[in-house]
Design a protein around this ligand. Structure first.
Ligand code: HAS
Ligand code: HEM
Ligand code: CU
Length: 560
């Protein structure tokens, strides 16, 4: 039989950065897909339904599933999405190509690190949850793989700083374009923020290899949360960047203020890191006044989100009115709700309002006592990372995959349905988790469905538990629809460049940076980076010094 051969056309020959972006993005979505599959099992657990006995041949415990869920969703997917978006946007905005050799080095480091860490995770040798608190001790391959994965982000930092300095040399005295400014401050924030994790990883690798006999649990927790709070902004800021630089245009309007948007990212650079003790209010060994200082600094880091609420809402109002919306609220209905990307952002931001308010409750030192370690906490962060961040990524995929591949979006109706269902499912789940945590103190990270005693103890919350089961089913359907749409889009053979967005939809702005003293002030990035370092040294230095000089190493345990 004759075999028909097609000449091999390399569609990325003229734009290799598109291929890199596509690979990072798709690897991230594969991680999200596997991680998300465990979500409904956890929601069912909090509904009193335990499916783990049926999974026994493959997955040994609830905690193995929960570790895979936390690691793949919160650490792997989010970082890969950042490495895709926060390199591609500045490259397109500046019209420069990143160093492609190093770009692929970062991809392979991430992939190999992920595979090394995945083996012990899947083999039940690293069921230590995504916070890996000692004395829980995983197989060394988990720490080594995770470290390699995180180090790949340092290559991304270099890629962006190098493009930025190339642009500056060619454009002396000009103000950095907005998306690039956001990227640069984002990567510098991450550099400062990640240092805690890097130092912790050195300890944990040495410990798991048997080079040191023990590690100090309090020091490890403190180093973890040094990175563990700002990491939530590492997840959030790609979504914010897309909301500032693409959403206004996609919605049919303009961004209201460029200088104010820069200020937001500058404030994140300054205040993201020195706040980690708000995860350790219940930890002994840290004096209360240090916890209070971190509470106050946490309130400061809520300010850029409040400015974002104002700026994005105002930009959306401009869009709604340009689309013909009238009256006080008529502009909301006039927004393009039938555009799956715009829909994803609108619903994500709506969820972010109660999520942010809950965050302020968490941060309020004494209120924290009521909700710490209860399911209120997963209620809080599924509104933040599980809804806004994930929906911004899903919504962006609907134009970005076609833009990168030249293949038009498949099943637009399903894309819209996936976003409504995701929002609805998350809304129901987080609503019930908040109440179960606040009113009945149902603990998080608890396999309650596997324990008749626990089910009896939390019987009063059974009405809310039913809602968890309902939400698990809705979210499973939403996930199936979403992943069908993106894989069907990316894997189809039809390329139709005429029908896809050929350029990144960068928004126009109303209030421009030229002539703005605020924009000029924010442009002194290295000065502000220095101030951020000083703040971190002041907020952490004395406590860390004390911990490093009074270590109580303990041996590891395997409790699973
Ligand atoms: Fe949090 C715990 C405090 C934000 C994620 N957080 C967590 C954990 C995670 C997480 C994963 O202080 C659990 C960690 C663990 O496993 O133990 N969080 C805060 C505060 C904020 C905050 C003050 N968190 C986030 C974000 C996350 C995230 C963002 C992920 C992306 N969080 C805490 C504290 C704890 C905590 C304590 C520890 C609790 C404990 O005891 O363990 C702030 O950054 C929030 C600021 C946000 C706002 C909202 C602004 C609203 C906007 C929407 C505007 C709407 C528009 C819509 C434009 C003030 C921007 C218009 C729409 C139309 C239709 C017109
Ligand atoms: C934990 C459900 C998607 C990040 C949980 C918990 C539930 C849950 C019920 C609490 C488990 C416990 O405390 O024992 C779901 C459902 C999802 C989903 C039904 C969608 C189908 C996501 C996404 C992300 C995410 C998209 C992030 C991108 C996390 C994290 C934890 C968690 C970080 C904490 C793990 C830990 O405590 O160690 N999830 N989730 N989830 N989820 Fe999700
Ligand atoms: Cu935090």
């Amino acid at each position: 039989m004759a075999v028909k051969t097609f000449p091999k056309i390399d569609v990325y020959a003229g734009a290799p950065e598109k291929k890199y972006t596509l690979f990072m993005l798709m690897l991230g979505f594969i991680a999200l897909m596997v991680g998300t599959l465990f979500g409904p099992l956890q929601a069912f657990n909090y509904g009193g339904l335990d499916l783990y006995p049926f999974l026994k041949p493959v997955f040994q415990s609830y905690y193995q599933g929960l570790t895979i869920h936390g690691v793949l969703n919160a650490i792997i997917f989010t970082q890969l999405f950042g490495q895709a978006i926060m390199v591609y946007l500045p490259a397109k905005e500046l019209g420069l190509r990143p160093n492609m050799t190093l770009a692929w080095v970062s991809f392979w480091m991430a992939l190999i690190g992920l595979l090394i860490a995945a083996l012990p995770l899947l083999g039940n040798a690293a069921s230590v949850l995504y916070t890996f608190y000692p004395p829980l001790k995983a197989h060394w391959a988990f720490y080594v793989g995770a470290a390699l994965f995180v180090l790949s982000s340092y290559v991304s930092i270099y890629l962006v700083l190098e493009m930025w300095s190339r642009w500056k040399r060619a454009n002396p005295g000009k103000i950095t374009p907005l998306a690039t400014y956001m990227s640069v401050t984002f990567w510098l924030m991450w550099f400062l923020a990640s240092l805690g994790l890097v130092v912790e990883a050195l300890f944990l690798i040495a410990w798991s290899l048997g080079l040191v006999a023990g590690v100090d649990p309090l020091l490890m927790r403190t180093l973890f949360w040094y990175t563990g709070h700002p990491i939530v902004y590492f997840w959030l800021l790609p979504a914010y960047t897309l909301a500032y630089v693409t959403l206004p245009k996609l919605a049919g309007g303009k961004l209201v203020s460029d200088p104010l948007s820069r200020l937001v990212f500058l404030l994140f650079l300054l205040f993201s890191v020195p706040v980690g003790f708000h995860h350790q209010f219940a930890d002994p060994g840290i004096a209360p006044y240090w916890k209070m200082i971190h509470t106050i600094l946490t309130m400061m880091v809520a300010v850029p989100s409040l400015i974002t609420a104002f700026t994005i809402a105002a930009s959306l109002e401009v869009a709604g009115r340009a689309n013909g919306g009238k009256g006080l609220l008529g502009w909301i209905g006039a927004l393009p709700w039938n555009n799956p990307t715009v829909l994803a952002f609108l619903l994500g931001f709506l969820a972010f309002i109660p999520g942010g308010a809950g965050g302020i409750v968490n941060a309020s030192f004494n209120l924290n006592q009521n909700i710490h370690n209860t399911v209120w906490i997963p209620g809080h962060f599924h509104l933040q990372v599980g809804t806004l961040v994930t929906m911004a990524a899903m919504g962006t995929a609907f134009w970005l995959i076609p833009h990168l591949t030249g293949k038009p979006l498949v099943a637009r109706g399903m894309a819209l349905a996936s976003q409504w269902l995701w929002f609805l499912g998350m809304f129901i789940m987080t609503f019930s988790l908040h109440w179960m945590g606040f009113l009945y103190a149902v603990p998080r990270r608890s396999h309650i469905a596997g324990s008749p005693i626990a089910m009896e103890a939390y019987r009063e919350s059974s009405a809310w538990m039913v809602l968890n089961i309902v939400s698990g089913v809705i979210l499973l359907i939403a996930a199936i629809l979403f992943f069908y749409v993106i894989y069907a889009t990316a894997l189809q053979s039809r390329r139709d460049p005429e029908r896809v967005m050929s350029e990144v939809p960068f928004s126009e702005v109303i209030s421009k940076p030229e002539g703005s003293s605020l924009a000029l002030m924010t442009e002194r990035v290295w000065f502000w980076f220095g101030i951020a370092v000083v703040l971190v040294v002041l907020a952490y230095g004395p406590v860390l010094f004390q911990m490093f000089t009074n270590m109580n190493p303990v041996p590891g345990q395997r409790l699973w």
